[in-house]
Ligand binder design. Structure first.
Ligand code: FAD
Ligand code: UDP
Length: 418
């Protein structure tokens, strides 16, 4: 496990704007974490492209079960993919660099696995939303409904009211708007979903798949937890410490600042490649460019103790151009911070160009046609395995990425043994 002083060192590096790469931790973590130059890539049985949760989980399983050397190539200047976080040296606050990450799972195997590399706090995610200058509880629960109506309905009364309001949807809903109205009725849809969804997806909710909204629970009680899962929490020492622990093995060499495509020509036929980058990039966009949404984060340090009193505040109205504000210190109330300081991030959503970070697959009909063609090409690639959210072009929560990586690792391990 990573030591406290190594963690502190990591934090200092991150905060100074220097690259918080694994190499810089090597003195504290010992030889095991040394990031050597790539050198002769023929020495590795497996090459993992991308050091996010998917790539690192596969690497960890391969070295621990096959005792084989694995090279992990990462084009960013740090490990961890989008789950990476940094500690700000001025305030001591952990910033989720690529958007707030909340760990939750009901998968026992994944929960047991992740607990080998980190402990978790007892943080439970709860979100508030601002609509017409009033704050409500989100996801929609009995409190939201009663606040909205300024009433004290019982669960059954609230259910009856929503049923009346959703009666306009008589057929099977085929898009996000109809699905949302069928679940919560038009008034709640217009107050909390319509504007937010339009900002988030820049697409008319009638053109969006219903599955997006099915992720949000609707509750007729006062349970205001954002997630329904059995296990939930945040890594006690932060995401990067967890990710570093995952990669902390003498036979895993993580090399940052390297783009796989600059080395691809050196890969030998007998080496296995686990590719977690964008699938369309792998095939040089031969079938077209898959659509993604990206996010812009505007982060500020404020000289006040508490900006909004909670970790995430959604903004439901269309006339406010950001979707939400994150205030990271509320993720870890158990930590000590510099007094009278806080860090907040405004989040904006837009379509991604090829140079932007791809965050959420848009998954239009034409994307799905392209994806089918890419998957056919992927199936024909000898010894290359596509995984993770970019390799599959699929939104995956962390527990899903880890579960999927454990599955692929098992397949590779069985292959090597047979
Ligand atoms: P990634 O983390 O994206 O890692 C892929 C890595 O591959 C990247 O580091 C990339 O730089 C590297 N790479 C790509 N191409 C190359 C190349 N050619 N050469 C070398 N390296 C390359 N999940 C949750 O469970 N809870 C949350 O609250 C949550 N919030 C999220 C918020 C946002 C804004 C986003 C976008 C995702 C969120 N997720 C959340 C999902 C979570 O980030 C993913 O599950 C996780 O990142 C999946 O890991 P991955 O390894 O598949 O991909
Ligand atoms: N959503 C909404 N209002 C909210 C929160 C969510 O309309 O206050 C909708 C929106 O369409 C979003 C979807 O519900 O894309 C799923 O929400 P989730 O929080 O899972 O989205 P994420 O944070 O992953 O973008």
């Amino acid at each position: 496990m990573i030591s406290q002083s190594a963690l502190q060192q990591l934090n200092e590096h991150s905060c100074n704007g220097k690259s918080a790469i694994v190499t810089e931790l090597s003195a504290e973590l010992g030889e095991s974490m040394h990031s050597h130059p790539v050198g002769d890539i023929a020495q590795y049985s497996h090459i993992v492209v991308g050091s996010g949760f998917f790539g690192l989980t596969v690497a960890e399983q391969l070295v621990s079960k096959l005792n084989t050397p694995v090279l992990v190539l990462e084009k960013r200047n740090h490990i961890g993919g989008n789950a990476y976080s940094e500690f700000d040296s001025e305030t001591g606050i952990e910033i989720h660099t690529y958007g707030s990450h909340l760990f939750h799972t009901s998968n026992e195997k994944v929960w047991e696995y992740v607990n080998r590399f980190t402990t978790f706090t007892n943080y439970v995610h709860r979100v508030k939303t601002k609509s017409k200058n009033q704050i409500f509880s989100m996801p929609i629960n009995l409190h939201t409904i009663n606040q909205y109506l300024d009433k004290s309905l019982s669960p059954d009364e609230a259910r009856d009211w929503v049923k009346e309001c959703s009666a306009e949807i008589t057929a099977q809903p085929g898009n996000l708007e109809d699905k949302a109205i069928s679940l919560i009725g038009r008034p709640l849809y217009e107050a909390f979903i319509q504007g937010y969804t339009q900002k988030q997806w820049q697409t008319d909710p009638k053109q969006l798949p219903e599955a997006i909204i099915s992720r949000l629970p609707v509750r007729y009680n006062y349970d205001d937890r954002y997630f329904n899962d059995t296990y939930e929490g945040l890594p006690t020492n932060g995401y990067t410490a967890w990710l570093v622990n995952l990669a902390n093995h003498p036979k895993i060499n993580v090399v940052t600042n390297v783009d796989f495509f600059d080395l691809k020509h050196q890969v030998q036929e007998n080496q296995k490649v686990i590719y977690t980058g964008p699938i369309d990039r792998y095939f040089n966009y031969s079938e077209g460019v898959l659509g993604w949404r990206t996010l812009d984060f505007k982060t500020q340090t404020l000289d006040i103790e508490d900006f909004q009193g909670t970790s995430v505040m959604n903004y439901a109205d269309l006339d406010i151009d950001f979707t939400r504000i994150h205030e990271y210190k509320h993720f870890h109330p158990e930590r000590t911070y510099t007094p009278n300081k806080t860090i907040i991030t405004h989040e904006y959503s837009r379509f991604a160009s090829r140079d932007d970070e791809p965050y959420y697959p848009i998954n239009t009909d034409s994307d799905r046609v392209m994806l089918t063609k890419y998957r056919e090409l992927a199936d024909k690639e000898e010894n290359v395995y596509f995984g993770g959210r970019l390799g599959r072009y699929q939104y995956l929560d962390m527990h899903m990425a880890i579960s999927s990586a454990l599955g692929l690792a098992e397949e590779l391990i069985n292959d090597s043994k047979s």
